[in-house]
Each structure stands twice: as C-alpha cells, then as structure tokens.
Design a protein around this ligand. Structure first.
Ligand SMILES: *[C@@H]1O[C@H](CO)[C@@H](O)[C@H](O)[C@H]1NC(C)=O
Ligand SMILES: *[C@@H]1O[C@H](CO)[C@@H](O)[C@H](O)[C@H]1NC(C)=O
Length: 410
C-alpha cells in the first residue's frame, strides 16, 4: 500500500503552472486515457488497484493534488466528481484551509495559498469587484459584499467557480458600519448570511441604530430583520455565526463613570424571534484594552484574535492575542511571540484575520506577509513568501481563508 501510494504520488506530482480551476471541468478531449497500453503511463494503477482503495488513496492526497489527479485520466476525473468520493472526502479529509489574498491594488486578482504543499497559485474569485470588498467564508463557500452601496451580495465556491448573486438587501439606508457573516450547515446543506448595519441615531451622539438582517439559502431571500437602538454602543465591522448565535463586535461610545475595555461582543440568538439586546448586561467585554477585534468560528467555538493596546496609548498596538469564549469569559489561548509580531514590519492597529478548523491566518494590511497559528499544536509559522509585490505605500493587502471543497454549492 505504501509503495503504491508513493508510485502514485510520483505520477501525480508533475510540475506545471496550471491554473487550478481549469482542470476541474476538463473536457474528455484533453484527457489521456490510461488503459494500461499507453507507454507514457508507466505502471497503470487502475488495472491493479480496486476502486475503493484507489478512492481512499486519492482522498488522502492534498486537495491541489486531487484536482490535478482529475487530469490524469477520465476514470480518476469521474471518481473525484462522484458524490460518493466527495462524501468520503469530507469524512477522511485532513485538508487545511487555503488563504486567498488580493495581490494587486487596482483589480480583484489575487493568489491563493495552499498550506499542505506550501504553494501559492494565481487565483481569482469570480464576481468580486475590487480588493475593497469584504469577504467571509464558511465550509467551502465565500460570501462577499460590495464596498459602496453594500447591497450587492454574492456567495461563491471559489474552487468550482459557481457563483450566486443574492437578492438585494432592501434596507437601503446608508450605514456607517457594516458586518457580514455566512454559516453553512452541512447536514442541512443550507446556509445563512447575516448583515449587521450600524448608523448614528438622529440627534444623539452616543446612541446608534443597529439592524440585523438574515438571509436563508432555503428560501432564497432575506427572512428576518431586527432594528434596535444601542445606548452608548455602536456596531463594528466584524461578526461571525457560531453555534446558532450571531456574534458581532460593538464599540463603547461613552465612558460610563469608570474606565473599561472599549470593545465587546454581543450575541444574537438566531432561533429566537424577539431577542432582547439590552446591551449593558449582555455585552461580553474584551479581556483587556484592545484596538482591533476579529471573530472566528473554529469548530463551532467562538475565537477572538485581538490587537492588544499599549497602556495609555489608545489605538497603538503592542501585540496580538488569541482567546476562546467559555461561557461569558475569554480564555487565553496564545500570544503572538514578539519576533513574529516584529516580522511583519510595521503593524497597523487594524489587521486581517480569518480561520477554519484549527488554523488561523493573520496578515497586516501593509504587506503580503502571512502568519499561521495552529490551535491544536499552538505553533506559530510563516506561510511561504507570497509572490505579490507592494507597488506603493498605499497598496494594501487583504484576504480570506476558505476550505477547498468541490461539493459546496452556493
Ligand atoms: C461519513 O461519516 C458519517 C459519520 O461520521 C457516516 O455516517 C457516513 O456513513 C460516512 N460516509 C462515508 C461515505 O464514509
Ligand atoms: C445544523 O442544523 C441542525 C438542525 O437544525 C442543527 O441541529 C445543527 O446544530 C446545525 N449545525 C450547525 C453547525 O449549526
């Protein structure tokens, strides 16, 4: 078995500068048939290995290699695209999430990082208008929203390039802050998209109108919206759906008597029809003064990655910490070691962060450097250097991590 696997790996790991997705829908004309008689095939595995073993072997390969395997012969292509293979793939798979990064400042072209092979591929997510668009992901799907009118929303599987435009959100009022999230439920094969908008309440300096909108892929429409006014808090730009709750970042707009962390998180129970958002009792405060707060769903646990503020210097970052929410308390998981923190060069007070499964990606917007943290081994590690070049001081880099899957349908 081991010998066969290595023979197969050798036959698969042909180097090419292929652009990944072209090979998914490969036409029969381009497929070299491997029937054992073709001298270029060398040993033909198909004639020796039973299909179920072959399926297992293919299923254990890194995702990019599986995609390449589709172009080896028609049989493998059909096998990889069969429903059975995709199901067993999600069972046995130890795939790691990929990271898509916008690498140009004037269009939506980018590169994607594959941590299993430590490689960057040229990549583009269809329908994205510009690098200013905000991208979020869940289970193989990426959701994004335009950065101007915040009404155009898409959900896309970046691997199959299948893209769906959602019906426009007709709560067309201008908002100052907007947070987007998506959550795929694999057992129901459906997803929910949420938008949290905040806008200053008329005539009130410290009160903010907040609205929460939910889209359901089953109904193909926006199914609920809630409007509240928060007193002394406003919504931010970060949110995540986790364990049936929508969590979103809120910022204190007034110091009430005593100094306390200026960031917090509110939880909205998506199953409840008329939730109570009396903020002061419910806000889950940051564990220390922070200047940027990113929320992630890692295996249905709420994880926060936050920039820790320099004492007495609001908005100046001195390090990055990772916490997981236990009940109403944040439990610290790790702090970014100083050598990594300084390895970014200049670190702004805001940064990009996204994750899936056990892996967290962090990038400062000022450079294409990408740092990874493994929640299980607690290890910090740089991704291989991205081939992107910073063209000017204003060239910012951002991105999103997603699970590479063939079977997620928007
Ligand atoms: C995948 O795992 C689930 C339970 O974890 C099991 O019910 C199902 O039969 C498995 N499917 C395949 C194709 O192995
Ligand atoms: C998916 O939906 C089922 C049925 O509503 C629910 O029990 C389960 O917790 C959901 N899974 C996730 C990950 O939200």
């Amino acid at each position: 078995m081991v010998a066969w696997r290595s023979a197969m790996l050798q036959s698969l790991l042909f180097e090419s500068s292929l652009s990944l997705y072209v090979h998914i829908e490969i036409s029969n004309d381009n497929v070299k048939h491997c029937d054992g008689s073709d001298e270029h095939c060398g040993i033909c595995i198909n004639s020796i290995l039973p299909d179920d073993i072959l399926e297992q072997v293919l299923g254990h390969l890194p995702f990019a290699t599986i995609v390449k395997a589709c172009s080896v012969c028609k049989k493998w292509n059909d096998m990889v695209h069969s429903a059975g293979f995709m199901q067993s793939l999600s069972n046995i798979s130890s795939q790691k999430p990929w990271y898509f990064m916008f690498t140009r400042d004037n269009d939506a072209d980018g590169h994607v990082y594959d941590p299993m092979l430590s490689k960057w591929y040229k990549f583009e997510i269809p329908c994205v208008g510009s690098p200013g668009w905000r991208l979020v992901s869940s289970s193989g799907l990426v959701c994004f929203m335009d950065d101007v009118c915040r009404r155009k929303l898409y959900v896309c599987n970046p691997i199959t390039r299948h893209c769906r435009k959602l019906v426009e959100l007709h709560d067309a009022e201008f908002s100052d802050y907007c947070a987007l999230a998506i959550s795929m439920n694999r057992s129901l094969l459906s997803y929910t998209v949420s938008v949290v908008k905040s806008k200053q309440a008329p005539g009130e300096e410290v009160n903010w109108d907040l609205s929460i909108h939910l889209y359901s892929s089953r109904n193909r429409m926006w199914v609920s919206s809630l409007h509240v006014t928060l007193q002394a808090w406003r919504g931010g730009v970060d949110s995540v759906i986790c364990g049936g709750f929508l969590y979103f970042v809120v910022h204190l707009t007034r110091i009430l008597g005593y100094i306390r962390p200026r960031f917090g998180v509110l939880a909205y129970d998506m199953a409840q029809q008329s939730p109570d958002l009396s903020v002061d009792e419910q806000v889950i405060l940051a564990p220390c003064p922070v200047c940027c707060m990113r929320l992630l769903n890692l295996e249905e646990e709420l994880v926060m990655v936050a920039g820790i503020e320099k004492q007495g210097k609001p908005g100046v970052i001195r390090g990055i910490g990772i916490w997981v929410l236990r009940g109403k308390e944040w439990e610290e998981v790790s702090r970014m070691p100083n050598n990594f923190f300084h390895g970014f060069g200049e670190f702004d007070d805001v940064f990009g962060c996204s994750g899936f499964d056990k892996l967290i990606y962090i990038q400062s917007y000022g450079s294409p450097a990408l740092l990874m943290f493994d929640m299980k081994s607690k290890e910090w590690k740089w991704a291989r250097k991205c081939p992107a070049v910073k063209k000017s001081a204003l060239h910012l880099f951002s991105g999103v991590c997603f699970e590479p899957r063939l079977d997620s349908v928007p």
